[in-house]
Design a protein around this ligand. Structure first.
Ligand SMILES: CC(C)(COP(=O)(O)OP(=O)(O)OC[C@H]1O[C@@H](n2cnc3c(N)ncnc32)[C@H](O)[C@@H]1OP(=O)(O)O)[C@@H](O)C(=O)NCCC(=O)NCCS
Length: 169
């Protein structure tokens, strides 16, 4: 059982298994259902892609007090202590409650030391604000990366191992 130091009462953060791909897929569908297809920010995940991602990589899920999956972060080890986030998101009605902050802090705790990488659509301001608040550094851009012609912004975070639980803000 993973020790989850950043968890609040009545809710659960758990490692996801590949058997939970359907739950993860449904959550991704609600995250991206109102997305403009010309303005993709990650909504092209299919069931089989989700299942494969959970088989190859890892995932953590935030479950509400009734046991519903409300937030996810999926990630892969690139090599040794280098990690890459594949996708993350919260159900639209569960945003702004600190769920992603909790998930990302738990994930970092599990990874220990190393570096964490991700890319984000240049117009995804909520996600960019989240990463910058958590100390990710902007390390470059991939121009014209998305279908709508927008760039991907690349971020990385140096992971520092600590036995001390970080306080949630
Ligand atoms: C981005 C996202 C994951 C944030 O999740 P969340 O659980 O709402 O985030 P938190 O409540 O932990 O917020 C932490 C910080 O993120 C930033 N943030 C979150 N939502 C924001 C918004 N709508 N506008 C600006 N900043 C925002 C803020 O800095 C916030 O800190 P604050 O509350 O002190 O202001 C969520 O909006 C989401 O699921 N978006 C759709 C999926 C997505 O874009 N994924 C990223 C793909 S790279």
């Amino acid at each position: 059982m993973l020790k989850m130091p950043f968890q609040k009462s009545d809710t659960k953060i758990q490692l996801l298994s590949s058997k939970q791909f359907e739950e993860v897929f449904e959550l991704l569908r609600s995250i991206y259902e109102n997305q403009n297809p010309e303005h993709p920010m990650g909504g092209s995940w299919t069931r089989s892609m989700v299942r494969k991602e959970l088989e190859i990589g890892k995932g953590q899920g935030f479950f509400d007090a009734s046991g519903y999956l409300r937030g996810i972060v999926l990630y892969r080890v690139l090599s040794g202590t280098q990690w890459d986030i594949s996708v993350l998101g919260c159900h639209p009605q569960w945003r702004g409650k600190g769920i992603m902050t909790q998930l990302l802090k738990n994930m970092q705790h599990e990874m220990g030391t190393g570096s964490l990488w991700l890319e984000v659509h240049e117009e995804n301001h909520p996600a960019i604000c989240l990463y910058e608040k958590l100390g990710f550094q902007n390390i470059g851009m991939r121009p014209s990366y998305y279908r709508d012609g927008c760039a991907a912004v690349l971020y990385s975070l140096n992971l520092v191992s600590s036995n001390e639980p970080l306080a949630l803000t």
